[in-house]
Design a protein around this ligand. Sequence first.
Ligand code: RM4
Ligand code: MN
Ligand code: MN
Length: 396
Amino acid sequence: MNSSTSEQVFSALETFRIELPSWGFANTGTRFGKFIQPGAATTTEEKFSDAGQVHLLTGVCPTVALHVLWDCPRGVSSTDEIKEFAGRYGVAAGAINPNLFQDQEYKYGSFGNPDESVRSRAMQHTHDSIEIAKRLHSRDISLWFADGSNYPGTANIRQRKQWFVDGLKEAHRSLSPDQRMLVEYKPFEPAFYHTDIADWGMALLLSRAAGSRAKVLVDTGHHYAAQNIEQIVAWLLSENMLGGFHFNDRRYADDDLTMGSIDPYQVFRIFHEIHFFECENGQRADIAYMVDQSHNLKGKIEAMIQTVTMAQQLFAKAALVDAEKLATAQKKCDLVAAESLLQDAFATDVRPAIQEWRSSKGLPKDPMEAFRKSGYLERITKERAAKNSNSVTSYA
Ligand code: RM4
Ligand code: MN
Ligand code: MN
């Protein structure tokens, strides 16, 4: 690897930070059941502790996304203890995710529920979540809605769209000037006929209607198979409407597998569109890179370290594409030259340069090995095993 390649890798890593999801450290499963891990986090404090380990070893995960219902059981009054955990474990609260899908009231939706009292309850929870974010100095409120319907004719799609516009506008009004609202889309699950925010176009229209600080959140698992996600990313960038990502990989649906485990070239192509945009515009895009994964078979902390390592590799590889050469090849319609620039960058082994970068920061060269040697997993397994053995695992 020549020195300019490692310089490019170094400068790419310098700016790259990725946020971990608190729920990725707890025992989660599929809808058929859970396989309990004795060391999984059972409290918000334990989630902070585990996220803190990943940050300690990788140095690039300074924030953890929170899900209000799961992490702030006492709502706004949970924020004091969360600040304490943040201080104790060295990771700050990141995006705040309201939970508008778990309570029984939301059987027929939240913002799109035909019952006005349920819609206002959902609005109240959103306001509370924004207040939680303010107290924790979190910039982003991340909104994902399970709203939709299972059978044709059972929901007034246009009416629900209007309720979403109204609800998002109202939520936007209570943001502070430095806060943002991220609107996530998903075409299926748990609703299987229609979802109210099914794709990036709907999320874009709703965000535009909501206000200037609403942006689109792209969860890589929330697309139909074979959809060109990097094109969506390029379009959102060109419209200044890309707010952030929920990264995960998938083979079939919203599988929430480890980032890059199935199709690393897909993630590379997404990062390439971002680097290309930044090179052409001479400025960095304001994007929240977040992970949204639940590992039910892999060790939770190990899976997160693996994710972060892969994210760094793919981000660094994408930074190796020479934007000027690419622009020239594109102009000349030299297809092979253009495509080769991407392929060569993707094929470059950036791992030695990443290790050097870690050493230069006083971080372990191999975070996974450092974790395995640290004894942390053995300790938490002892401490948490009894609590986890009481978990409910059955589907029915
Ligand atoms: C959804 C979506 C949301 C996440 C929930 C738990 O599929 O990806 O972002 O908060 O799962
Ligand atoms: Mn998501
Ligand atoms: Mn999802």
